[in-house]
Structure formats: C-alpha cells, structure tokens
Ligand binder design. Structure first.
Ligand code: SF4
Ligand code: SF3
Length: 562
C-alpha cells in the first residue's frame, strides 16, 4: 500500500480507455484529476458503509426509499464521464455521512447490530484537502492483503452496481421503482466489505447483479414506453433548419421532454446528440414539431462537434468531456452530470427541471443561418416495432433469405481499434440482420445496408438504456423457434466503455448467453483467473479481426465446425 501511495497519485481502472489497459495513475484519460478520483473513491466507500447499515436497518424494520435513491444517484455520479465537479462530490460525501449518522441512531434504537468499522466509523475531514487525503486510503488498492482475483471481483461487482444504479435512477424519475433493486444494490455494496466472502460468493453476486439489472432496465422500459409510447420506425434528418437551436445530449428523455415543452412556440429547433438519437422514435416526443433532427455523432467527438453548434447545449447524463472554452458558456448540465464552472440545472429527480436558462441562451445565440439538407437515419426499432415484424422475419428465415443476426452493440470510445465494428458491419453477410443499440452504433449508423424482403438490415433498438428491449427480442425469437437464446443464430459483438455496459454484460451472463465477442479490449479489473472462469462458463471471446470473427461465425452457422 505504501508503494502504491508513492507511485500512484490515483488509481482508477473502471473504464475501457484506462491507461495501458491497466489503470489511470497520474491523470484520467477521461479528464478526471487525482483529486476528483479520490473524492469519488471516498464517496463509493461511504456508500458501501451506508449499504451495510441499510441492510441492518431492514432487519429491524428500518427502511427508507429515499436512502435507496440517494445511493443510486451517488453511484451514478461516479460513472465514467459523468461528474467532475469536486464541490458536487463533497456535497454527496457529506450527505452520505449525515444519512449514515441518522440511520445509525435509528438502527441502534431498534436493537440492530452495528459493526463499527471502516466507513461506518469514519470521521470525515472538514476540508476539501482532508477529504481528498481520506479518499486516497479507501480506493481500489486500499487493502494490499486482498487476493488479486477477489479484488477484481469486488470491483467487477461495484462497477456493475454503478450501472444498475444509473438505470434505477432513470426509472425512478418516471416513478418506477422496486425495492428489490435498492435492496440488492445495498447487499452488493455491503458484500465488498465482508471479509468472510470468497471468490464463489462474488461470482454469484455478479450474476445476481445481472439479474437485478434486468429488473432495473425493465422498470426503465416501462417508464419510457408508458410515458412516450413504444418507439416507431422514424427517419431522422442529420441536417438542420435555419433558426435558433438547442442540442440535447445524454440519455434522459424526461429532460428532453421538458426542453421541448418549455421551448415550444419560441422559434427554437431542438436537436439530439449522441445517445439521445433514439428519442425521435417515441410518439409522445416526436409530436413536438420543433424536435427536428440529430447533430453529431458519439460522445468522444463532442469537443469538435459542439464548437460548431450555434446554440445552447444540454448534457443530461454521461458522457461529458472537458469543455472547450469556445462552447463552455453555452453548455449546461443536468441530473448527475457536472463540470466545474459549467452552469448546472438543478432539480430533484422526481421534478421537471426549469430549463429557462438553456432557452434564454439559445435565444441569445445566432442559431443556424440557413437550412442544410443531409441524409437521414432510421431509428425506432424497439422491441414492439421489431416484434411487429416477427412474421415477416420468420418467413424470410424459412425461405433462407435471412440466415443470421448480429447484435453489434455497446459503447463507442476514442481509443483506436473501434473501427473493428464499422468493418464488421460492412463485411457481414448480406443475408444477415444487424441489430444495434447504444452509442457504438455511430460507427455505422448512417450506412445504407439495404433490406431483405422489405426488412431493413440495420435495426436500431435504441440507447444502452434499451438493452432490455434487445433481451425481449431475443427471448421472443427463442420462443418462436423453441430454443434458448444461445442456440439462436444470433451473435453478440459487443463494445464496452463504461459501467452501464458492465451491468449489461452481467445481465447477459445471467441469461446464459454464450460466445460473446467483447472489445475493443477486456476490462483491466478482470484478472487472468477470472477471465478463465468467464471463458469456461460463457465462452467469452476477445475480438480478433472482423474477417477472422466473421469466418468463425459463418463456419459455425453453415456447420463447417459443427
Ligand atoms: Fe481512467 Fe476511465 Fe477511470 Fe477515467 S474513468 S480515470 S479514463 S479508468
Ligand atoms: Fe455511450 Fe457514454 Fe456507453 Fe449509453 S454515452 S452507451 S459510452
């Protein structure tokens, strides 16, 4: 531990772009500095203690939904590219201590057992520097006596829980909640402090995390579709209209809806960016005629794309990058997102935020001076729309016109190697259907892949938040052909970047999906021994080249290797 403190100013390995595939130790590739990294570590440590207490509270009848929500919100702000603002982190750390102290009293008064160790006992420093110092002792390398495989599993679980927490937070905004989700998040965080648990316990907890994540995504799916209707196939212009403009990025449909409502009739066009693209498919969002089109591509291109946007920009969730001075003044954040000195629209999760500052900024700015026509892209192939096509798809399969499906899905990122996904899609056999979701699709979203018997070859299911829809589609086809998902001619070509992707991967493992090809590189927290377990149980594979992987898949489909 002393060695680590001398060598490393920080240690973070939670995302795919971590330095050298090992860890960010001097400064985050994402822009996270060592101070923010320490504060995030301290916040997660406090959540682990709070979770221990919450579980003890449950045993003696002390239960608090707001505590569950706080844990989710706090975990969400520590996701990659979400919140870089020390003041916000300190606010959450201090609140976690207040909640902890209040809970301690209640649990003790009801006769609950309290183990006064670690975060339950930690007296927080009063200053920012003091908290940063404390954070340096409670991160990934805090305890050098922990077996490396066990440590990897602890953090696999913590990162999976962060993903679940993000989905649960989104769902809660629509009033959708399930105490089982909150309770498991508490169990998972608390387990990482329990020294009696071993490798097998954490493998089980990781799979349980995948199961609970499906529930969290189901809640979110219900929240989205009940409020906005099921997505329908929709053509989205990539050009723009002359006039004032607001760009909304991230995943939060409720914030987008509020921007649309509040800007209606003001001569402003609203554009989506990044993961907000699928919003155009929802009937109760597309009814706003000033929701015009989509601007730009995936999150990692925002610094150059935002410079060219002549209006206000709102980042609703991940992934924010260090803003350039040229657009910092017209940038706003909402929800869990934060960057020092960037205007934040604050409101409680259940409320509709007041976006008048964003609208005023858009009205002040020049907007686009003329119309620009560009190509369109198709969105709106959520589970409902795809399952409406199921008879056509089944007929095409029976005729031999469709022979395979690829789910080419997940996150995009800046590291080289992600053109694998573009090439894979371009080279996939013409009798295959490509299903996609999340921001990884920006590698190929504007390609014309044609149709098979009138069915588009490229079907965009939605955001990473819509992974539940992909699961339902796979399950429905499994039922039609009376096979398990892993026996369908459906191949998973996944790209990961941040912790929501970790949660989704655990969900796929829980569902028994095998033969996933994962890239562009494997998580740094997966040790060689854990990888062996994953290979043995699920035959997870690193990417080779698109040609090699396609050949292996086609040989498998045609029975060459069968
Ligand atoms: Fe590095 Fe990713 Fe952690 Fe940022 S979130 S510090 S890029 S590992
Ligand atoms: Fe993307 Fe950040 Fe993962 Fe929602 S926006 S998928 S990376």
């Amino acid at each position: 531990m002393v060695f680590w403190l001398i060598q490393d100013q920080m240690f973070c390995y939670q995302c795919e772009q971590t330095v050298g595939g090992r860890a960010c130790t001097t400064f985050g590739v994402c822009g996270k500095n060592p101070e923010v990294s320490s504060l995030q570590d301290l916040l997660i440590y406090m959540l682990r203690g709070l979770s221990q207490l919450a579980l003890e509270g449950r045993k003696v009848g002390v239960k608090d939904e707001q505590l569950g929500l706080f844990i989710c919100e706090s975990a969400f702000i520590t996701l990659t590219n979400v919140n870089f603002d020390p003041d916000t982190l300190i606010e959450y750390i201090n609140k976690s201590a207040r909640l902890r102290d209040g809970l301690l009293e209640k649990v003790q008064s009801k006769g609950g057992y309290i183990d006064f160790h670690g975060p339950v006992d930690l007296v927080l420093e009063k200053t920012e520097q003091g908290l940063i110092r404390q954070g340096k002792h409670v991160g990934v390398n805090a305890d050098s006596s922990v077996d490396p495989d066990l440590k990897g599993l602890h953090w696999l679980l913590i990162y999976g829980l962060k993903g679940v927490a993000a989905y649960a937070y989104h769902a809660y905004r629509f009033g959708k909640k399930d105490d089982r989700v909150f309770e498991f998040i508490e169990q998972g965080f608390a387990a990482t402090l329990d020294k009696t648990l071993g490798i097998n316990d954490f493998v089980d907890l990781a799979l349980k995390c995948g199961e609970i994540n499906i529930r969290a995504m189901e809640l979110l799916d219900a929240g989205n579709t009940e409020r906005y209707g099921h997505p329908v196939p929709t053509k989205v212009p990539l050009g723009h209209k002359s006039g004032k403009a607001i760009l909304v990025s991230g995943h939060d449909l409720k914030d987008l809806e509020e921007v649309l409502k509040q800007s209606e009739g003001k001569g402003i066009y609203v554009y989506t960016h990044g993961e907000m693209l699928p919003a155009h498919g929802y009937p109760n969002l597309k009814k706003y005629s000033h929701l015009y089109g989509h601007f730009g591509t995936a999150w990692q291109n925002q610094q150059k794309e935002f410079m060219n946007f002549p209006g206000a920009i709102l980042m609703t969730t991940n992934c924010i990058q260090k803003p350039k001075d040229s657009y910092k003044v017209n940038l706003f954040t909402s929800g869990p997102v934060g960057w020092p000195d960037v205007a934040h629209i604050k409101c409680s999760p259940m409320d509709c935020c007041d976006f008048s500052a964003v609208i005023d900024k858009a009205l002040e700015m020049p907007g686009f001076s003329q119309d620009e026509r560009n190509k369109t892209v198709n969105v709106g192939f959520g589970r409902n729309a795809v399952l409406l096509l199921k008879d056509d798809i089944t007929e095409s399969i029976m005729k031999g016109h469709i022979n395979s499906f690829f789910l080419v899905a997940g996150c995009d990122g800046a590291k080289p190697g992600r053109n694998y996904y573009t090439e894979f899609v371009e080279k996939a056999p013409k009798d295959s259907i490509i299903l996609t979701l999340a921001c990884g699709k920006f590698r190929f979203f504007d390609k014309d892949l044609g149709e098979i018997d009138g069915i588009p070859r490229l079907l965009d299911i939605g955001q990473c938040n819509d992974a539940y829809s992909a699961v339902k589609i796979a399950q429905a086809f499994g039922e039609i052909f009376q096979v398990e998902i892993s026996e369908l001619p459906l191949f998973f070509i996944l790209s990961w970047y941040e912790q929501k992707a970790v949660a989704i991967l655990l969900s796929l493992f829980y569902l028994g999906v095998k033969n996933i090809r994962l890239g562009p590189s494997l998580p740094a927290f997966i040790t060689p021994n854990i990888l062996n377990v994953l290979v043995e149980k699920f035959n997870i594979m690193p990417l080779k080249t698109p040609e090699e992987d396609l050949k292996a898949i086609i040989d498998y489909v045609t029975g060459v290797d069968a």
